[in-house]
Design a protein around this ligand. Sequence first.
Ligand SMILES: C[S@@+](CC[C@H](N)C(=O)[O-])C[C@H]1O[C@@H](n2cnc3c(N)ncnc32)[C@H](O)[C@@H]1O
Length: 247
Amino acid sequence: MTASSTASAPVPPTATPGGAPAGVTHPKTIKSFVRRAGRTTTGQAKAFEDFGPRYVLPYTPTQLDAAAAFGRAAPLVLEIGFGMGEATAHIARVRPDDNFLCCEVHEPGVGALLKRIGEQGLTNIRILQHDAVEVIDHMLPPDSLDGVHIFFPDPWHKKKHNKRRLIQPPLVAKLAARLKPGGYLHCATDWQPYAEQMLQVLSAEPSLQNTVSGFAPQPDYRPLTKFENRGLRLGHGVWDIVFLRRH
Ligand SMILES: C[S@@+](CC[C@H](N)C(=O)[O-])C[C@H]1O[C@@H](n2cnc3c(N)ncnc32)[C@H](O)[C@@H]1O
């Protein structure tokens, strides 16, 4: 999330055009992720070499030409935070007619998805190894998305970290604006307080409408991942939430 701190704080007359006080190079932003240490395996490194040039898009703060990036025009789904890409690859396989633009900042995760792309011969995924919030802000125009997937976003359990959660009104408003009328926003989480926050925030966004009353049944394209199966065996719940952009 970008910081809201600059929105209401009075800007001193000596501030730079970017809003930072004089002498401070950048206003602080609150990110929804921390850069985790993690080893990229040899297999993932090889996948970067073999498939990176075709499937990883460079981040540039200019509008994305999706048809050019995918080599075809097709419905476009944005995924935020695909982790190791298990669900992403499955969904791309069962929905070959859709294009999936997938953001993840964790390098081993990007390597893992590239490896799956190679193994499964997937052609309808493009990866941006970059903060999805900046991708949304700078690369995606209004009415450009047919769907958005946000599966098991970091729950940021501690109260003092809740502000890092992705699903908050400003980001949801931006996503809603980039969805085409009739496009969908699908979130899933296994952390009940976050599920309730998601439901509340999405319900409060005037341009979105719930597909059901309350939580949704699990859509059939979303697979149960290994992590989720383990949680379910331990008796944990999982909540899906699916809203549509109003016409
Ligand atoms: C808890 S993991 C869930 C991964 C996956 N969706 C799953 O279901 O297994 C959340 C992931 O979101 C990524 N993430 C969080 N904020 C992000 C952002 N702003 N842009 C891109 N990736 C982000 C993190 O790096 C992390 O890998």
